[in-house]
Write a protein that binds this ligand. Structure first.
Ligand SMILES: Cc1cc2nc3c(=O)[nH]c(=O)nc-3n(C[C@H](O)[C@H](O)[C@H](O)COP(=O)(O)OP(=O)(O)OC[C@H]3O[C@@H](n4cnc5c(N)ncnc54)[C@H](O)[C@@H]3O)c2cc1C
Ligand SMILES: *[C@@H]1O[C@H](CO)[C@@H](O)[C@H](O)[C@H]1NC(C)=O
Ligand SMILES: *[C@@H]1O[C@H](CO)[C@@H](O)[C@H](O)[C@H]1NC(C)=O
Ligand SMILES: *[C@@H]1O[C@H](CO)[C@@H](O)[C@H](O)[C@H]1NC(C)=O
Ligand SMILES: *[C@@H]1O[C@H](CO)[C@@H](O)[C@H](O)[C@H]1NC(C)=O
Ligand SMILES: *[C@@H]1O[C@H](CO)[C@@H](O)[C@H](O)[C@H]1NC(C)=O
Ligand SMILES: *[C@@H]1O[C@H](CO)[C@@H](O)[C@H](O)[C@H]1NC(C)=O
Length: 509
């Protein structure tokens, strides 16, 4: 412990308690992750994080860690106005790199982002394999919330890459929890929702760097809805669909390993980079779509066309790649980031609502057909619903992974079989910039989520759902898992200083 940082912490809190601070998501002002916190700290070392937790615990002040705020709704903290935030950006050391043959490990601190670690590893001929989500978020934040990419063949929970998770408990002690599937402490720490305390460090598994291809085809909707969905996804290292319900098409995207010498192309993916011209065009169209369904129909058709071409640039020259398949290094192909000089869409005031629900992949056809019925029921009333997001509706998949609160935990209850994996229905939609900011035919979205949660054993994503969706989903969670999680949580944090809305809704704090 550093007495100096403890003193600074105490003084700063004393000053900050008199004002109200909205702590925002990546969408910025007006998009609170926490409505009213008393202070936001930006420590620069793990020792300082420990001091802050000790100080908060002494005064029974609630405390939450935050990485990059890459979440959608007001569920990060509880509604306790005294809450303090430990913003981890400045604590981003990477150390103890070892790579011996096919595998190795590296120690990262709380604020290390995916792109920071990828750059560090690539320079050393290594990578983090498939445990990837997006570029500008912390690995600790992704592990805490059970984030995942899309694969049935490979482990794709970010937490699956963690070998040790070091958590600061409510006494300010760093507990080093080592992977052990027979230990409830590990199973709770693996998807902890931040409720055991801030993650200070993670020992992460690494691999030699490798190259991949990315391929994409267009499928008719009927061929997916009535097709062998498992068979279209499971053969690949990673694969997903994007659904265009107005156009009645899917994009089928898949990736797999190629020999390093197969191609000298260095493809770099970007999902979120856009030019100002594209942003203004999309915003104008989609804003009018709040009232005019024809605008949404046109927007989906344009987006579908754009999304059919590779969303990749050649990294060495920053020029567009125009033909599939695309080749490149694993991180660049699977995630990439922003193209040089371009901003992500949200920096142009293009913002979204979202929803993500997982059901067993054995119910994949049934799920997508039910969604189609809900779209068609609107159509029968003369209302055309569309995707209003530049990459359509994202349909992802998850290989089973054992922990207590992950979206893809491995379980067969007799009625419901999660052992083959999960399909995720991830439905982002445009948030109009004007008026009440509600969408065209807003009630449809709520009907849809309620219907799916009532008819399917949906497990919610922990940072992509509103409070209401989380509340509705509680009935589908395993009560025994919640009980076991709660009992570990009580050992780490008997007084509940790490509480959050998510933890309150699922009844574990
Ligand atoms: C553009 C975009 C794309 C995304 N893509 C995907 C995807 O493909 N798959 C997927 O599963 N998710 C995805 N997400 C969601 C994202 O993975 C999670 O919301 C993740 O938690 C964000 O990490 P962060 O560092 O920004 O954390 P924050 O948003 O700052 O925090 C999220 C939660 O984690 C807690 N937390 C953060 N850091 C720590 C820590 N060190 N210790 C304990 N708790 C902590 C916070 O208290 C909060 O409750 C995406 C989000 C965005 C914005
Ligand atoms: C924030 O919390 C403080 C302390 O409870 C309270 O005085 C203030 O009114 C709150 N501000 C907002 C905007 O809710
Ligand atoms: C990452 O996000 C931060 C905001 O938290 C932003 O300032 C920064 O420019 C982003 N970096 C990249 C490479 O996207
Ligand atoms: C936070 O402050 C607001 C505004 O004063 C108040 O309405 C709310 O009850 C406070 N919340 C708590 C949990 O104290
Ligand atoms: C790195 O490894 C050394 C030797 O095993 C160990 O003493 C040290 O604590 C490790 N560093 C971190 C940050 O874990
Ligand atoms: C790549 O390397 C392997 C093994 O060295 C070799 O057999 C193969 O012919 C090479 N392929 C190309 C396209 O150069
Ligand atoms: C909502 O669902 C109800 C019952 O299923 C249906 O009658 C109604 O038309 C739906 N409304 C919308 C806007 O989807």
């Amino acid at each position: 412990m550093h007495p100096s940082s403890l003193e600074i912490a105490v003084t700063a809190i004393f000053i900050a308690l008199t004002t109200a601070i909205e702590f925002d998501t990546f969408d910025g002002p007006g998009f609170p992750a926490c409505h009213n916190v008393s202070a936001v700290y930006q420590p620069t070392s793990v020792d300082e994080m420990v001091s802050l937790v000790k100080m908060a615990a002494t005064s029974s002040i609630p405390v939450r860690a935050s990485g990059k705020g890459h979440m959608w709704y007001d569920t990060m903290c509880s509604d306790d106005n005294n809450t303090i935030i430990i913003q981890t950006e400045g604590v981003h050391g990477i150390s103890n790199f070892t790579l011996d043959g096919d595998t190795g490990s590296v120690m990262i601190e709380a604020g290390v982002t995916f792109f920071e670690l990828a750059d560090y590893l690539h320079a050393r001929g290594a990578s983090i394999g498939y445990a990837l989500v997006n570029w500008n978020m912390t690995i600790a934040g992704a592990v805490a919330m059970g984030a995942h990419r899309s694969s049935l063949r490979e482990a794709s929970m970010v937490a699956s890459g963690a070998l040790e998770i070091h958590i600061i408990d409510a006494t300010g002690t760093i507990q080093e929890i080592v992977r052990d599937e027979n230990d409830d402490t590990w199973l709770a720490a693996s998807t902890s929702l931040g409720l055991l305390g801030p993650i200070a460090r993670i020992k992460f598994k690494i691999y030699p760097d490798f190259k991949l291809y990315a391929q994409q085809t267009i499928m008719d909707e009927d061929d997916v809805l009535n097709g062998d969905i498992y068979g279209l996804i499971a053969p690949y290292a990673t694969a997903n669909f994007w659904w265009w319900p107005y156009n009645r098409k899917f994009h089928h995207r898949y990736y797999d390993v190629v020999p390093t010498n197969q191609s000298s192309q260095e493809g770099f993916q970007s999902t979120f980079s856009i030019t100002e011209f594209e942003a203004v065009t999309a915003r104008t169209l989609l804003d009018s779509g709040k009232l005019l369904e024809t605008s949404n129909m046109l927007a989906e058709t344009i987006f579908f066309g754009i999304w059919s071409a590779p969303n990749f640039h050649e990294k060495t020259t920053d020029t567009a790649i125009t033909t599939w398949p695309v080749y490149g290094w694993d991180y660049d192909v699977l995630i990439g980031g922003l193209y040089p000089g371009l901003l992500p869409e949200w920096d142009y005031n293009l913002r979204g609502y979202t929803l993500e629900l997982a059901v067993p992949v054995t119910m994949a056809n049934q799920l997508l057909k039910r969604v189609r019925e809900l779209f068609d029921a609107q159509l029968a009333q003369g209302i055309t619903m569309t995707a209003t997001y530049r990459s359509g509706i994202n349909i992802k998949f998850g290989r089973p992974y054992n922990d207590l609160l992950g979206q893809v935990w491995d379980e067969d209850t007799g009625d419901v079989d999660w052992t083959k994996g999960a399909i995720m229905f991830d439905f982002p939609s445009y948030r109009p910039t004007w008026g009440d900011n509600l969408r065209f035919n807003e009630p449809f979205y709520h009907n849809l989520s309620t219907t799916l949660i009532n008819e399917f054993p949906c497990r919610p994503h922990w940072t992509k759902n509103t409070r209401t969706v989380l509340e509705q989903s509680v009935k589908n969670l395993d009560t025994e898992h919640l009980r076991r999680f709660k009992s570990v949580r009580e050992k780490f944090d008997p007084n509940g200083i790490f509480k959050s809305i998510v933890g309150e809704i699922i009844g574990v704090v």
